[in-house]
Design a protein around this ligand. Structure first.
Ligand code: GTP
Ligand code: MG
Length: 204
């Protein structure tokens, strides 16, 4: 497949990622400017590398005409927050927006993956305006706490190091680390809750 083919495929996804980064970063700014707490701590985005798209095309035995429909994560947005509760506030906010239509969601925060991975995943439809007219693309949005992101980042580099075949004893330690992060996330939420309660009783 040639360069022109890939340029046409990827262009709308790059636009989508750029626009969504502006929009989610703007939420952080709006909260800061109005002195409110931002459920979003930071946001990152990427367009999938051509080599990774090709891997998936092979793995899923896709025809090149099916790429747009069957590969849901060509555009990826990752939203990092402080507390587990923030994740569900962000999910609600995304449902309420009319520039994103939710196709599906996977709650790996409650249904933890076997690896120990936790995050809330959404696939949304998002419209972009290109030179060739409007195009609806799919975007994968991953929402996770800083703790969940810490774990996923380390586990991902280990997967890379061990060529996707992490030895069992390391797997066990990663599971234990995941459990420790659940405890940490819960403890942080509880501290946060107590601070908010004492602040509201102070104001009375
Ligand atoms: P695929 O993208 O084909 O794997 O589709 P899927 O339906 O299995 O998607 P899933 O929701 O399981 O995962 C999509 C993305 O979530 C991956 O590309 C990773 O970014 C992230 N992810 C899922 N599982 C893990 C995991 O065990 N460890 C880490 N570090 N990331 C994960
Ligand atoms: Mg997967």
């Amino acid at each position: 497949m040639e360069i022109q083919f890939w340029r046409e495929i990827l262009e709308p996804y790059q636009l989508g990622v750029n626009e969504l980064l502006v929009k989610f970063n703007h939420i952080i700014d709006e909260c800061k400017n109005s002195g409110r707490y931002s459920p979003i701590e930071s946001v990152e985005g990427r367009v999938k590398k051509i080599s990774s798209i090709l891997d998936k095309v092979q793995r899923k035995k896709l025809d090149s005409s099916e790429i747009d429909e069957k590969i849901e994560d060509i555009a990826g947005i990752r939203i990092i927050c402080q507390f587990v509760e923030d994740i569900y506030d962000i999910v609600k906010m995304i449902h309420n927006r009319n520039d994103m239509i939710v196709k599906l969601e996977k709650d790996y925060v409650n249904d933890i993956k076997e690896s120990g991975y936790r995050s809330f995943h959404m696939i949304v439809y998002y419209n972009v305006e290109t030179l060739n007219g409007p195009k609806v693309i799919q975007v994968e949005i991953q929402i996770r706490t800083m703790g969940m992101d810490f774990w996923a980042t380390i586990e991902h580099s280990l997967q890379y190091k061990y060529k996707y075949n992490i030895p069992p004893q390391i797997r066990e330690r990663l599971s234990a680390a995941s459990a420790a992060i659940i405890k940490l996330d819960n403890e942080m939420s509880s501290v946060h809750q107590e601070i908010r309660e004492s602040q509201s009783s102070f104001r009375k």
